[in-house]
Write a protein that binds this ligand. Structure first.
Ligand SMILES: Nc1ncnc2c1ncn2[C@@H]1O[C@H](COP(=O)(O)OP(=O)(O)O)[C@@H](O)[C@H]1O
Ligand SMILES: [Mg+2]
Length: 304
């Protein structure tokens, strides 16, 4: 185990009767690191979180939260959790909800209430939660999770049902928390939103960890192709294709597919074509491509 890690999971297996929900997963989260667990429904994401919280007993493997056992007092003080479906009493106001949770955590309500501002719902602080939109309830859920500056935030599909602007703001808050030293482990099956907002990605499928690393590392390891789209000058598309190969699209362009490590060499060949070319576009593999690759779903248009 790494002493410095906030969360260490080693060879974890969780079973529900005959169902193996988590199958030999190892994962760690360092201080201030944001890690996303990606996976389809049933991949084991929520089960992993519940195990970190100490709700479920491993069939095999070990976990440590700041070096302590899940569910221990030390671990419980270090971890905050936002469940998949957050439910607050409809009749309480945002202020009352936060006050309640602050007291539960032994934090002075006065210190917790500014979190309503942090998550952007200060204007609704004195309205009943029953009048909140889904997005506002999620924001309140995040505020609740941030009380007492936890060492580790566990957020189970926190942005499902949020509009793009709310999502963006949600990740802004996470970024600020991470900079202040809070580690984040969140789950999602929405992929594109995570790009650039997360330090590391763990891809789970059928209870197993299929891949783990930064998006750049995963892309490189996956060896996914880069596409270069070359727009030819008027009347030159045949000549360009004759020189470069690739595939003609829409009469005026040629699309080349190459390995990431051949990208620079390919661009050098393009530069040699001079005025025959009017524009170049490069499409790197994105998170969706990487995710499909590792979770075992064929990628459209790519050689398997
Ligand atoms: N309490 C439970 N009893 C039995 N099976 C469960 C229970 N919780 C989860 N499972 C099963 O474990 C697997 C992983 O579920 P879950 O962790 O909820 O996946 P995810 O959150 O990635 O959608 C699924 O096959 C699910 O049906
Ligand atoms: Mg789940």
């Amino acid at each position: 185990m790494t002493d410095a890690a906030i969360l260490t999971v080693e060879d974890l297996t969780i079973r529900f009767g005959a169902v193996t929900a988590i199958d030999g997963v190892s994962l760690s989260v360092m201080p201030g690191e944001r890690v996303a667990v990606l996976g389809h429904n049933g991949a084991g994401k929520s089960t992993l979180f519940k195990t970190v919280l100490g709700f479920l007993k491993p069939a095999a493997g070990r976990l440590a939260i700041v070096g302590a056992a899940p569910g221990s007092n030390v671990a419980r003080r270090a971890v905050s959790y936002l469940p998949e479906q957050v439910v607050f009493p409809k009749g309480l106001t945002g202020t009352e909800v936060l006050t309640y949770f602050a007291r539960l955590k032994g934090v002075a309500p006065k210190a917790a209430l500014p979190l309503l501002e942090t998550v952007g719902i200060a204007a609704a602080a004195n309205r009943a939660v029953g009048t909140y939109s889904k997005g506002m309830r999620q924001r309140l859920g995040l505020a609740q999770a941030l009380i007492g500056a936890p060492r580790l935030l566990l957020l189970d599909e926190p942005t499902s049902g949020l509009d793009p602007v709310s999502r963006h703001e949600f990740y802004d808050v996470l970024e600020a928390s991470a900079r202040a030293g809070t580690s984040v482990l969140l789950s999602s099956h929405s992929l594109s939103e995570i790009e650039n907002r997360i330090d590391r990605i763990a891809i789970m499928a059928k209870g197993q960890l299929r891949a783990e690393g930064s998006l750049a590392e995963l892309s490189r390891q996956a060896g996914l192709p880069v596409q270069i789209r070359v727009e030819a000058a008027a009347g030159r598309v045949e000549a360009v294709q004759a020189r470069l190969g690739g595939e003609r699209v829409n009469g005026q362009s040629v699309v080349l597919t190459c390995r990431a490590e051949d990208k620079v060499g390919t661009l050098a060949r393009l530069a040699a074509l001079g005025p025959d070319i009017v524009d170049i576009g490069i499409a790197l593999p994105d998170l969706d491509d990487v995710y499909r690759h590792y979770s075992g779903i064929p990628i459209e248009g790519a050689a398997q």
